[in-house]
Design a protein around this ligand. Structure first.
Ligand code: AHR
Length: 853
């Protein structure tokens, strides 16, 4: 029987090949059990970046509610529009060098998000004051002076929310603010929600806002109409002075209806990921731009109006309304363990890099011990009692702490040891995570640590990087430590995160699952982005004031997580692409530079030994099309790019080549890099290229360009001796059907082949006995996969649940307008169907769950 299947499979194979498909063979060894897969493999990472909390997950609708946002972050001075730290402070990584970093101060107003509006002859003057502060932690308030008022006109203070306020008809919004008055103010004040066109959506009239001491005023605003981008208005109804502070507006419905709670739609999307843990609060956020401005968890608990806020390195203030307590509550609400990251006395090395000397670390050590006590200490303990006072006597599910973010090297390892010992002594059950910089876990750092339980690798990768590096985790030398991939994402060459990103992310997650003996935890980054203030190119969940949606990667990761096996089964996969699909690099040719001035001449294309194109720049000055840059014909018969800047390009229009040899001469005359030779040019925004002298004239690599300026590596960077100025080099590209070879002065310097784009793993759910097969087909063509088992698995299978996610084009994306354009679909099929090769759709992720009879 098996032979018959093999014959059927073979004839399907040849038919499929004839149709130009991909043919794969997957052998699943169900007898040899592989590694156990950790239940904590899939978690999430929250950081205050791109308004993830403020104007995002945290449901507060008023921006700059406490008028504290024009404060200059601690440890910096404002000089000529830039924040500068104390320049005598040494940099942690570069010592003895001092810090020389500075950052443009983004805030242009003393009261960001607030403005006044008047009509008629009314006058409103605003001033930020510290007079009679509401409390010492948040000293600023706004003094509204109305020197001139007539009831015929308006005197108003407006808050724009976070790029608008979503108001829904018939819903209630809780408003509170503090005020005191002077100069004869008569006490009347109306508060409104107003549509973009100025229509009243909700209103409440206070008649008694009056008195010399701060008083809290509250009301409910019930909407009578909707608007996605409404604003909040305070309308003053007399002349005089009113001091205002801490104006807060919340929808009555928050996630799990918690007061001071979270925005439901975003929290539900996160809950849909069923994370096993939540890493918080950063990221760079935890490091701060300076050591003085880094977050302190003790400032983020207790009454919200007393929280001073934290300046996020991403250029805005967090009010810390979603503070340490709310974070722990969120973990509990999602049945997730808490993974709290704390500052190790070092600020971000890519910002000021300022730090606290090792001898002065004691307050930092005490702070983390107190944080742990707050989360899990008994109510009889100092900080456990504060937790109880804040409404949560039971311990929170804190399981992990991480010692710093992205610090690395022996100097960090030394202070890691100090923290590790102190924490382990007091809380031996808390698991500790060591940071490892941006990138792979490095021995340098690891070897300087006395004990490593979990090492945190961060992995931001180009599109298809994982296709070239599916063995990334396999190659790690195992030790007695586990790996946590604390931040990962395919985030270059994928627009804002398209199907191609989802396919790469899926393979990345599957390769972690396959290496379950090493990789025990992971979290995608960044999780959230408000589309009105984007700090990072690719993020998982998008929103504005009104709507939200998740990218395709979100659905890919979730379907893999929901079908996580608990034991791996070894697989072997082979893929073959049909012959006629093998001219993979058909397209035009071009010339380019990147921050470099270069001359090119004697460009020749030969096919089958015949010259099919020959440049003659001495006589023909029109054939090449300059796209970007300053291209000039020189007297010596070269085409020279003389301008400054990135992605300079000229192309040879109207000519397409496949399987050819391109030769040319090139010489650099100035700048940073050297030669760029585009090929497979589809249009002037989309092409592949050989970059000779990349990374400041020290490497070579093949790259892909999309959208004109998005560059992603498609091969690994190889070291290359720097190219000299003013010397002509011979460059040759041999563009074959499935391989491109690049020569410099007749020496092969790099070659590129498209990687296999079919990937599979298999595993078993030992509780249900289900067998789970996960397949990614990243080809733009159908893949027929013949799945074979070492024993009669199909005979023991009832039916098969198939979950699949696919798109038509690599560039397809979910969007605000089409939030669910690409989501997984599930169907049930008969086990018999797997006796035939399984058809994976082009650009697809498929999970076959073989239900045990
Ligand atoms: O996720 C965005 C940033 O990437 C994080 O803040 C940092 O840890 C990493 O470099």
């Amino acid at each position: 029987m098996r032979i018959l299947y093999a014959l059927i499979a073979f004839s399907l194979f040849t038919n499929a090949m004839a149709k130009g498909q991909v043919m794969g063979r997957l052998s699943v060894n169900t007898s040899a059990e592989g590694n156990k897969i950790s239940p904590s493999l899939h978690g999430i990472f929250f950081e205050e970046i791109s308004h993830a909390g403020e104007g995002g997950l945290y449901a507060e609708l008023i921006q700059n509610r406490g008028f504290e946002e024009s404060r200059i972050p601690a440890g910096t001075m404002l000089k000529n529009g830039f924040l500068e730290p104390d320049s005598s402070h040494p940099h942690f990584m570069l010592e003895p060098a001092k810090t020389d970093w500075k950052m443009e101060w983004p805030l242009k107003s003393d009261w960001p998000a607030w403005s006044s509006r008047t009509t008629g002859n009314n006058v409103v003057n605003l001033a930020l004051t510290k007079q009679q502060p509401l409390n010492n932690a948040t000293p600023n308030n706004l003094c509204v002076t109305i020197p001139q008022f007539s009831a015929a006109g308006k005197a108003q203070l407006i808050n724009e929310g976070f790029w608008g306020i979503k108001v829904i008809n018939s819903k209630t919004y809780h408003l509170s603010f503090y005020a005191h008055t002077g100069d004869g103010y008569n006490g009347k004040l109306s508060v409104l929600l107003e549509s973009q066109e100025g229509k009243e959506l909700a209103v409440y009239h206070f008649t008694e806002v009056k008195g010399t001491g701060w008083k809290k005023y509250t009301c409910d605003l019930k909407a009578t109409a909707s608007d996605d981008k409404a604003r909040f208005v305070m309308s003053f109804e007399n002349r005089g002075k009113v001091w205002i502070d801490f104006v807060s507006l919340f929808p009555a419905n928050t996630f799990k209806n918690r007061p001071n709670g979270l925005r439901s739609d975003i929290a539900e999307l996160i809950a849909g990921m069923k994370p096993s843990f939540i890493r918080w609060p950063g990221g760079c956020f935890v490091e701060g731009i300076t050591i003085e401005s880094a977050p302190d968890w003790k400032n983020t608990i207790g009454p919200v109006e007393k929280r001073p806020g934290t300046f996020s390195p991403w250029g805005y203030w967090s009010s810390d309304g979603m503070g340490y307590h709310e974070y722990l509550q969120f973990c509990e609400d999602l049945h997730a363990d808490a993974l709290y990251v704390f500052n190790a006395g070092v600020s971000c090395e890519y910002r000021s890099g300022t730090y606290v000397p090792e001898a002065e670390l004691q307050p930092y050590i005490q702070s983390i011990l107190d944080a742990i006590e707050y989360a899990i200490g008994p109510v009889s303990s100092k900080w456990g009692s504060v937790r109880a006072k804040n409404g949560h006597p039971k311990p929170f599910p804190l399981k992990y702490v991480e010692i710093g973010n992205e610090q690395h090297g022996p100097k960090y390892a030394h202070r890691y040891n100090i923290f590790y010992d102190a924490i382990h002594k007091r809380y031996p059950g808390i698991q500790m995570i060591a940071s490892m910089g941006i990138g792979d876990v490095n021995r340098h750092t690891l070897d300087s640590m006395h004990h490593v339980q979990i090492a945190d690798e961060h992995a931001y990768k180009d599109v298809n990087w994982i296709l070239r590096n599916t063995d990334h985790f396999d190659k790690y030398k195992r030790g007695n430590w586990d790996m946590y991939v604390g931040e990962y994402a395919t985030n270059a060459g994928v627009g804002t995160g398209n199907m191609q990103a989802a396919l790469s992310d899926a393979i990345y997650v599957m390769s972690m699952e396959r290496n379950a003996d090493l990789v025990k935890m992971s979290s995608y980054a960044p999780l959230l982005v408000n589309e009105n203030d984007v700090d990072w190119p690719v993020n998982l969940i998008h929103y504005d004031a009104a709507n939200s949606f998740a990218r395709i990667s979100y659905y890919a990761i979730n379907m893999l997580a929901a079908n996580k096996a608990d034991i791996n089964l070894p697989v072997a996969l082979t893929a073959q692409i049909a012959a006629e699909k093998k001219t993979q690099f058909t397209g035009g040719i071009g010339l380019g530079t990147w921050d470099t001035q270069t001359e090119y001449r004697d460009i020749q294309v030969t096919q089958n030994g015949k010259v099919v194109y020959n440049s003659n720049f001495a006589t023909d000055k029109k054939e090449w099309l300059p796209v970007r840059g300053n291209w000039k014909y020189t007297d010596s018969g070269a085409l020279a790019q003389t301008g400054e800047g990135a992605q300079m390009l000229a192309v040879l229009p109207g000519k397409q080549f496949d399987t050819y040899t391109l030769t040319l001469k090139a010489r650099r005359t100035g700048g940073y890099n050297a030669f760029i030779i585009p090929f497979a040019v589809k249009d002037t925004n989309t092409y592949l290229r050989a970059h000779i002298g990349s990374w400041v004239n020290s490497h070579c690599a093949f790259e892909a360009v999309t959208n004109g300026f998005d560059v992603s590596g498609i091969s690994n960077q190889l070291p290359l001796a720097p190219l000299q100025n003013n010397r002509w080099y011979d460059v040759k590209l041999e563009v074959g059907g499935s391989e491109v070879k690049c020569y410099l002065d007749d020496k092969l310097i790099m070659a590129y082949q498209q990687p296999d784009k079919l990937f599979a793993i298999a595993g078993k759910d030992t509780t249900s006995g289900d067998m789970i097969i996960k397949l990614v087909n990243a080809y733009e063509t159908t893949a027929q996969v013949d799945i074979q088992f070492d024993k009669n698995v199909l005979g023991q299978t009832g039916n098969i649940m198939v979950t699949s996610l696919s798109a038509d084009k690599p560039t397809d994306e979910n969007s605000m307008g089409h939030p669910q354009a690409f989501v997984p679909v599930t169907e049930t099929i008969n086990a018999e169907q797997l006796k035939q090769p399984w058809t994976c759709k082009p650009l697809s992720i498929t999970i076959l769950r073989l239900k045990r009879k």
